[in-house]
Design a protein around this ligand. Sequence first.
Ligand code: BGC
Length: 389
Amino acid sequence: MLKSRKYLLMLLVGLLMSVLLIGCSGDGEEDTSGDNDTDTTEDDSEDTSSDGVNVGIVLPTRDEPRWVQDEQRFKDALADSDYTTEILFSQGSSANELQNVETLISRGIDVLIISPQDGDAAGAAARAANLEGIPVISYDRLITNTDAVDYYVTFDSLAVGEAQGQYLVDNVEGEGVPLYLYAGAASDNNAFLFFEGAWSVLQPKIADGTFVVANSSIAEELSDTQELTRDDMGRILGQITTNWDPNEAINKAQTHLTSAGPELKGDIAILAPNDGTARSIADTFAADSEVTNYVITGQDAEKASIQYIIDGKQSMTVFKDVRRLVEDAMGMAITILDGDTPETTGAYDNGSVEVPALQSEVIVVDEENVQSELIDSGYYEASEFTGLE
Ligand code: BGC
């Protein structure tokens, strides 16, 4: 089935190229989405055409180290592979994302691995692949409210949030500790899972007075509600979202600090959803002379945040081993290319269907175990950091 579709696609591509050649006088090397890496591994697999691509990979943005790291880990994993791949970035735009998927379809991909910019909007890109009979693997972020997604490869995102919440609970002292809550983008299903996980741990400690929510009136209102609905979370996220943007995180943190009285300063706790926003928020709080000490979370084990942890500027990160995620995603893609059904360990409801999923675990990293988890394990080189013992 895959092969006959490929021949049909090659025919179509040929047709499209002749039309383009007639229509344009350009150099034919145009990069449609502006900032893409069109690095394609060598084509030595027997069933591909000379410029065919087996697996198309679409990642959200090059502007965050998290996704540049995924790109690198894909390249490392594919260095000796017989399969050809192409990685394109959507640069924060669902329109680019759709265009990227269309480009990859025209290159003859047999499997699409995609981490959506916006879970709902990516339904159109998934549908475009689905209509061509191309299986779609949602990568790290779930494509929502469509049945055009076949599999999901992910970390345990609820566990990420739980670990963040638990770290704050375990590392503050006393009663009435001001708690600043921040979250990811509401267009990303993960932002809800992270918040849900964190809330499950933090809520009892808000209800019993250990924490006082400092920056969300809706979270305060809901402080006795252990299980929030998606709608409840959406309302809280509306107040505390960073949109995954470090600059937006700085602006929000500054606004919150400006309106906070001295009783909401001193020794505080901060739920920051990921490393990029954690560094911005930490710097903003550190610059406030009335903040005497802060405990702040993160996730992704970005190099810059590992340095922050070593320097005592960020308290923890949740390490998500991208090598494992890449291995799972490529393993799944290759199983599909071989005509077999990939193994899954559960399913995620995407609002339309239950998407079969393969999930991997996460690890909490702070100054105590940064050496063993990230350096001794070979994930990073000691020489990439200063101040490591
Ligand atoms: C990913 C995080 C990442 C965030 C911002 C989430 O979907 O799971 O690892 O930090 O998006 O890009």
